[in-house]
Structures are given as structure tokens and as C-alpha cells.
Design a protein around this ligand. Structure first.
Ligand code: THU
Length: 163
């Protein structure tokens, strides 16, 4: 038996001004996008901003539905829009901002499993890491250097064979 340990570096910042100018801007774009979330059911708003290699930024926010599973998270609204509008352009970073309407969220909300998988697909396709920035209304900022860090042992198309 061999025991393997999988670890990753999580960078924790106390203030926005510890980030690069580009990262601060991306986070603020995600915060602004969050305001337009359609979240009447969960009353939990999420905004996402995707920075592309060509300098474009694409935003998303969670879009809920009376038929609950039909809604979509902010991250996938944003990343799929990036894929649709800028096919073949590499994604450099995704900033995610979360806030509840009825209480204060004071620690970064991590992306759900489906969103990790969706972002991972692009990371694998472009063969370069995507930086993930997370922040709530209050509290620290988390930065991960790659989606692979927070989705280890990910399923990908290599399991599907050549066809
Ligand atoms: N949500 C996101 O938009 N992103 C996540 O990564 C986690 C959850 C949304 C989905 C739903 O509209 C609300 O937050 C509560 O789960």
C-alpha cells in the first residue's frame, strides 16, 4: 500500500490592496455582478467575473428558478458565457463574490462541485491554470493558483477514450 498526500497552497489576504491591481479590479467586477443576481429563493447572491487572456472580462451571477434545479450558479453563467463569446481564448482568472440577503457572510464561499468541474474543463482544455479569487462581503480573500488545487483527482475527458 502506498499512501499519497494531496496538498495545495491557499493564499489568504486580509485586504483587497494586497492583491494586484488586476485582481482587485476583477474582484470588484464580481461584486458589482453579484448585485444583479436573481436569487429570490435562496436569498444568497453570488457574482463571478472571468478574466480572459485577451483582456476581456465576462461576468455572471446566480439565476434561480421556481423549479429549483433549473437555476444556475454564477460561476457557470460566467464561464459558459466566456466559452460562448470567446471560444479558444484562454481564461486567466475567475473572481467570485458571495453575500446573503438576510445575514452577513464573513468567509469566502467556495464554488460548488458542479462549478469546480465546469471550470476544470476549461483549465484542462487550455492546458494552463486558472487563478481563483474568493471573497464574501466581509472577511479574508482566498486565492488558489489553479482549479486543479481545489478539485484534485478530477474526472476529465482522458477517461472517455479516443472516440
Ligand atoms: N451558488 C452559486 O452561484 N455559486 C456557488 O458556487 C454556490 C451556490 C448559488 C446557487 C443558488 O442560487 C444559491 O447560490 C444558493 O445555493
Amino acid at each position: 500500500m502506498e499512501k499519497k498526500r494531496i496538498a495545495f497552497d491557499l493564499f489568504v489576504f486580509e485586504h483587497d490592496n494586497e492583491l494586484s491591481q488586476n485582481e482587485q479590479k476583477l474582484l470588484h467586477t464580481a461584486e458589482a455582478a453579484r448585485e444583479n443576481a436573481y436569487a429570490p429563493y435562496s436569498r444568497f447572491k453570488v457574482g463571478a467575473a472571468v478574466l480572459l487572456e485577451n483582456g476581456e472580462t465576462v461576468i455572471g451571477n446566480n439565476q434561480e428558478n421556481a423549479s429549483y434545479p433549473s437555476g444556475l450558479c454564477a460561476e457557470r453563467v460566467a464561464i459558459f458565457q466566456a466559452g460562448a463569446r470567446f471560444p479558444g481564448v484562454a481564461i486567466k482568472a475567475v473572481a467570485i463574490s458571495a453575500a446573503a440577503m438576510d445575514h452577513v457572510v464573513d468567509q469566502p464561499a467556495a464554488p460548488c462541485g458542479n462549478c469546480r468541474q465546469a471550470i476544470m474543463e476549461y483549465e484542462q482544455k487550455q492546458q494552463s491554470p486558472i487563478t481563483i479569487l474568493l471573497k464574501a462581503e466581509k472577511g479574508p480573500i482566498y486565492k488558489c493558483s489553479s482549479m486543479a488545487d481545489i478539485l484534485p483527482l478530477a474526472f476529465n475527458n482522458s477517461f472517455l477514450g479516443d472516440s
